[in-house]
Design a protein around this ligand. Structure first.
Ligand code: PHE
Length: 355
């Protein structure tokens, strides 16, 4: 064998013993150099030289293959074995754990507060129909308020030739809660349900608007329910959630499914309005309420008789209230989060703050 070749072979055989990644020897500069040298040989020696170079490569490949077989023979990894934290850290393998999403954490707190007030907690769904989104909520076909909800709809249609919808509010669950609760009324108990879940709207996105966000719907029906009970329930809920006393302001509003309807504002938990007048109270530098001192938070009202009738509940015998509160807003205000889009952004820097 050519002396060059045998010298380099010795070097490579010695080195491969020391390598963890034995296959890397096949990419070594020395081996490349041997192959590159073939073309420089005089014609009569070229074939023999080439064969000798190739023999070195085959020899190395066999060593690599044997080492891999050996690796496969190693004992299986025992995943139940005690974990050596320091050894892991020393390898700089990340050891952080995932955390529960801040909205999930807050939804649990919200559900817990309502549960303590006697409400059952139920879930919505991510695909629904026109009947629950509109018809049972007193939006007849062609009602202009149907357009207020920027509802995503499917191309496929149901048996009535209507598209399916991605619920644009948790009120799609009102009729179901009422129908399921009828027996309770007959047994002399109230219907008291909250539904915290995800809703979808075809919105232009900005710091305050997401296409996917969360609401909590509240439904309460019994004999003699009145608007004072609605306001007291919401005030108690918000005070428990923020852990502070709050003033609330109730303005008239319009929803087809409640009559009367209200928009509910609370004094800013950060800079706190102490006046009924929007122009006064509140800190002009407050990032949360922009100095207004009040924050419009949710829609609510007394359940419209037609909504009760659609669930076969006699509006002359029973009355009720309903509310729908944006959860993202509530959480943003609690923690001073300035952009709703952080929630769906999968930014770990943001999410890890809530671990
Ligand atoms: N569903 C309404 C909305 O999303 C809020 C609401 C719920 C109003 C229940 C009244 C009663 O705008």
């Amino acid at each position: 064998m050519n002396t060059d070749i045998s010298a380099i072979r010795e070097v490579l055989l010695a080195r491969i013993e020391t390598l963890d990644d034995k296959a890397s020897i096949l990419r070594s500069p020395e081996l490349k150099q041997l192959f590159a040298g073939i073309k420089d040989q005089p014609a009569e020696k070229r074939a023999a030289y080439g064969q000798a170079v190739n023999a070195v490569k085959v020899e190395l490949e066999e060593i690599v293959a044997r080492s891999q077989e050996k690796a496969d023979d190693r004992a299986p990894i025992d995943v139940t074995a005690p974990w050596d934290v320091n050894a892991t850290l020393s390898l700089l393998i990340p050891t952080t754990h995932g955390t529960v999403h801040p909205l999930t954490q807050e939804i649990e707190k919200i559900a817990d507060i309502f549960a303590r007030m006697g409400f059952a907690v139920s879930e919505s769904r991510e695909i629904d129909d026109q009947y629950h989104m509109f018809e049972t909520l007193n939006f007849p076909k062609g009602h202009p308020a149907r357009d207020d909800y920027d509802t995503f709809m499917t191309v496929e249609t149901d048996k009535d030739d209507d598209p399916f919808i991605a619920p644009a509010h948790t009120s799609t669950m009102q009729n179901r809660a009422l129908v399921a609760g009828r027996a309770k009324l007959e047994a002399g108990e109230p219907i008291a349900v909250v539904v915290p879940d995800r809703v979808f709207r075809n919105e232009d996105l900005d710091a305050r608007h997401e296409h996917t966000f969360y609401q909590v719907e509240g439904i309460y029906v019994a004999q003699g329910v009145h608007a004072g009970m609605l306001i007291a329930t919401l005030q108690k809920f918000l005070e428990s959630y923020y852990g502070t006393e709050l003033e609330v302001r109730v303005n008239p509003f319009y929803f087809p499914f409640t009559e009367p309807s209200f928009e509910f504002a609370l004094s800013c938990p950060f800079c706190g309005a102490k006046t009924e007048d929007n122009s006064k109270g509140g800190d002009p530098n407050c990032k949360v309420c922009s100095g207004e001192g009040w924050i419009e938070l949710l829609g609510c009202g007394m359940i419209h008789p037609n909504v009760l009738k659609a669930a076969d509940i006699d509006p002359n015998e029973y009355t009720g209230f309903a509310f729908g509160c944006g959860i993202d807003r509530l959480v943003m205000m609690k923690y001073g989060i300035e952009d709703v889009r952080h929630f769906e952004s999968a930014k770990l820097d943001f999410l890890e703050q809530f671990s």
